[in-house]
Structure formats: C-alpha cells, structure tokens
Write a protein that binds this ligand. Sequence first.
Ligand code: GDG
Length: 458
Amino acid sequence: MPRRLVIASNRTAAPGEPRAGGLAVALYDALTERGGGVWFGWSGEVVERETRGVRLFADGPIDFALADLTQPECDGYYLGYSNRALWPVFHYRTDLAHFDEGEFEAYEAVNRRFGRLLAQQTRPDDLVWIHDYHFLLMGAEMRASGWEGLMGFFLHIPFPAPEVFTSLPQHQRLARGLCAFDLVGFQTDRDAANFRRYLTEQCGGVQNADGTISVFERVVRAETFSIGIDPEDMLSLAGSQEALAAADRLGRIIENRALVLGVDRMDYSKGLPQRMAAFGRMLDESPELRGTVSFLQIAPPSRESVDAYQALRVELDGLAGRINADYGDLDWVPIRYLARGYPREVLAGLYRIARVALVTPLYDGMNLVAKEFVAAQDPEDPGVLILSEFAGAAEQMPDALLVNPHDIAGMADAIERGLLMPVEERRERWNALIRGVRQNDISWWRRSFLDALEACAQ
Ligand code: GDG
C-alpha cells in the first residue's frame, strides 16, 4: 500500500479555483495519480473573524482541507511578508523588499495556525509535501505540534546566494524552519548549492558523506528536482478547436507578419520592460524589419495591491505606448500588449504560431512558459526560444538562444537572429529542446521527489 500523500500549498486547485498555473496542474495530477490524498491550503476567502478549523470536502479522490484568512493575516502574511519581503529578496530585488517585523509576525502566526491544522489532518505514515515560500515555517510548526512523520518541501522560486538571503532580518529563523523537513527540493543546482552554502558557512552545518547536512540538531537533505510540464497535454491543447480559432483570429490581424510572443504574469521578476526596450531597439537598428513583425505580450496582472506591481503596470503602459507611437504606422502596430489572462488553449494556439518566444526574466525559479512553448511547436517548422540565462530553465535548455535580460543590445540582436534563423537550425535546436522537456516532464518531477522523500525513511 503506498503511503497517503498530503500536500500543502498557499492556493489549491479546489473546485471553482482556476486550475491555470503549472503548479496547480502538477499537484492535482500528483494526487490523482496516487489514487488520492489530502490537499491543504488557503481557501482564498478573507473573513471578518478567525474561523476555527478547516473546511473539509472531497472532489473525486482528493480531500480538500481549506482554511480562511482574516484581513490582518492576509495583509501581513500574504501581501506583506510573502510578497513584499520573501518574493523580492529571493529574486535578488532587495531594493524592492519591505522588512516589517509585524508582517513577519503575521507570517509566523499563519504558518503556526496552518501547521497545527495540517497536523490534525495527518496520519503517522503519511507523506507530507509542503510547497513554496509562503510556508517556509510550516514544517517546523508541524514538528512542534508533535508530528514526526516524513515531510518534504519544494521551493518553486530561486534560493538566493547567502549574501542576499542574509538581508532578511529573520534569515536564520527561516533556515531553521526549512531544516525541520527531511528533504528540501530546489529547482536548480544553483539554488540547492546556495542553500547548502548558507547552512555550512553561516549556521555551522556539516556536510555528511551521504550528501545530507547536519545542522540545528537535525539532518536535512537538499537536492535539485527541476519542475517540468506534461508535453503531450500541451501539444494536444495546441491542436484544439479553441487553439486553432485563437491562432486564426490573431493571424487575420497580423497577416503574414512573424509573431514574437511573450506570456508572463505581470511581475517585476519577468523582465518585461527590458524585453519591450529590446524589441524597440531591434526596430530602431533594423529598419528593414519594421512592418514585418508583431510582438504580442500577454501579461495577466497579479498582486495588484502591492505597490511595486502598480509601478510596473504604469511603466509597461508607458513603454508599449511609446514604442507603438515611435515605430508604428497607419497599417501596423508593433506591440500588442494585453494586460489580461487567456484560457490555456488560447495560449497553446499562440505558442504554436509564434516564430519567436521571448522568455527573458531577470530571475526565475524555473519558468514553465519556456517548456510549454517548446512542447506546442510544429516539428517541421518550429519557433525559436529566446531564454534568459537567469531562468532556472536555462540550466536544462542550453539549445535555446540564451540572453542576458539586462543586455538590451544583446537581446535585440537575439530577436533579429531568431526572426531570421533558417529552418534547419530551428529544427536542430528544437529537437534538442523537446528531448529535455519530454525527459524531465512533470511526472518525472513528482516521482523523483516523492521517491527521494520515501528514501529518507530508510
Ligand atoms: C512559479 C515560479 C516556476 C500565464 N499566463 C496565463 C497563464 N499562464 C500560465 C503559464 C504557466 C504559468 O502560468 C506560469 O508559470 P511560470 O513558471 O512561468 O511562472 P510563475 O507563475 O512565476 O511560477 C516559476 C513555477 O512556479 C513552477 O514551479 O517555474 O519559476 O516563479 O503555466 O502558461 N495561464 C492561463 N492564462 C494566462 O493568461 N490560463
């Protein structure tokens, strides 16, 4: 009998939630593939007064356990410490980080309350798998409530270099919290190495012969498990009616112009202003390409009540308007910038017809869009992936055109090179890329993580 799987993540794919992002799809599949389990998380509800306990209900084989947040908890734990301290620091944006003791206290308190709630739902032989930066302290809180079973954690975003991590006033508290887990998984070797270096250099950790680290009176294993996608699913979405209709709808407007595509949550880690600037620079330097190309950027807004996100919105609105005003013509709009989300089928249809995809984050844990784009291509006439060297995906995708997202001139050259790349080279690069996307797919990710977690019991 396999152990029951218990997953915790800030948001879940409970009925009614948009199971849109890669994370929700991956965790949903992990649970259904194991024949079911428990999925714990925030309900998305903000309530007046703290509600005791969790809301339990089953959806097929999954037992959801959802907890509400009060407004002060949501402000302090979610919008505050998670998204105004941890997110920027982990993405190397200490300039945008906001360190507020009260917000940390709210973060700690929610991790404690949620940890206790989750502990109540678990049985001794369960496998507990907690996700992402919202819940760094939840493992420690579970242990504090007496839970001794197997417990793993996966960080979806980068783990920064120790010199940057230590800018968080509570860095040691957070690291100690992570060491309550038996296994801590990272997206890339770079992240795992940063974490190990922090533990050995700053916390007196000792690296053992079997790769584990002894620290804070515990033994923890830190390893790389790069997240993937389901490439077959993406390919079939790209052939769906909705995908074809979307491709046709856009195709009628841009006619035979080459499509350059970007799809990103509107987040300052994604490098959107630099990307627009690079596109503008390419138009400036290569007048012969004007009128032959259309750049579509899909950017659904996120975390809109955080000020850094509001500033980004204003900046992007200005840049897109400026480039269109400077280079557009009576019959040509250089940038179609759409601040809204689209169904996955539509994205798949757009990936399929794009000649070039721009995936140029300043920093990114992995970046699933890079993998989705590759999976959706026509093998005979594949598009070109331009990928930031600072996306976790770059470690696995050396056959993309790798760029430094801060180097506007370099990116402009790469866009031009992508647009002009002969089909033979496009096929060669794509064949190498799709091999990796298929090999390290989403089932490989969850299987390798859960096998490694179970091995911690031996
Ligand atoms: C975090 C880490 C890591 C985007 N726009 C729409 C839409 N999307 C989907 C994409 C993709 C997902 O959202 C975004 O995933 P990313 O990996 O690109 O980025 P984050 O949201 O920042 O995710 C990241 C990931 O966790 C997983 O570990 O790779 O590094 O930051 O699947 O397709 N989906 C729909 N409409 C949109 O308009 N339906």
